[in-house]
Design a protein around this ligand. Sequence first.
Ligand SMILES: [Zn+2]
Length: 449
Amino acid sequence: MTSLWFERALLPGGWAQDVRVTIDAGRITDVAAGVAVQPHDERHAIALPGLANLHCHGFQRGMAGLSEFRGRPDDDFWSWREIMYRFLDRLTPDDIAAINGLAFVEMMESGFTRVAEFHYLHNDADGRRYADPAEMAGAMVAAADESGIGLTLLPVFYAHGDFGGAPPAPGQRRFLSDVDSFAALVAASRAKLPADAGFGIAPHSLRAVTAEELTAILPLADGGPVHIHAAEQTREVEASVAWSGQRPVEWLLDHADVDARWCLVHATHLTDDECDRLAASGAVAGLCPVTEANLGDGIFPAARYLVAGGHIGIGTDSNILIDAAGELRALEYSQRLRDRRRAMLGSDAVPSIGERLFREALAGGARATAAGTGIAMGQPADLFTLDIQNTAFAGADMRTILDRWVFAARDKAIDCVWRGGRKWVAGGRHIARDAIAARYRTAVTALLA
Ligand SMILES: [Zn+2]
């Protein structure tokens, strides 16, 4: 049993003072506000519930910064993808464990306590299944276990190179399944997961899966979340229209029973009608604003979508720079740059942009990862504290504390992070950082040699 006492904590009903949280067997067993600190309590200033990172391709952390040069005048998402395919050609299961390990450590240090891994690297370098079809998933599980982060595994179904069942490209051979081999992969992957892991499936995109295959694989989610990339790129939207007469999100809304179990990743390019219908569906829009900016994807219509009651969550996707606060900041700034206004994503109920986006990301992340959340009785003990010594918080009141964190705190804003009741980050530093970083350095140095 552990007991923590906070001067302030963000509870489901709002900010509370003098909060005592009791933890047993990884879960919160009691939360009491307005109570005095007791002799054995560990004391901290400000506590927040841990966030879920709802979209991640962990291995891409190993190529962060390797594609930020001018290759040709029309560099875009698709030329980045060629570089990404060349990098992943060489990855072994050990590389995956090493690279994901560091990515997960960085996530924990930035306030994420759970990650949904959109896992599509299933086959060996020649495109053959490993003897154990869940070999790569096992590497992911090992990395999550070592870092302490909660894992929601989303094995990806990927069968085609473009809309309408086009044949895959050679660079996609490590991703490929058919419906039967995917069912075997799903079963083998689930068998490797620890009890507190989440599970769902991820048809990669309408480029990679046909309508018939989508219908066939959906039952494999077994009530868990379904994630799909949709409308990240204008070229993808145009190809979808050429294939079906419909845009990707429009097609999904009309043909796939999109509901609260679904997470449409990116959903960048929406008509007003798609935006309002997606909001009404109960699905989560999985926004990855830092990656979307890095890849030149476009700007999600977040202001309209939130007014329409839509759910959002945030993901680090390509992991070019892992930073929960940075994702929320990039989301708000994208709206300001497009509309030449300020304070776009606040609401009457929660005018603070930082607090509104934090609350939205918390709720949407939990929904999209099928995980419990919040500092509340019965929930997993996943929470973090801010470092009140950071000058960004000088004189802070609770009205502005999350704005200061999101917009003005630079680094070292987080002090401690607990996941499943265990303290994994102390003084801003993950307890296993040194060993995991050393292994990462060795793996990436060898890969790039
Ligand atoms: Zn993605």
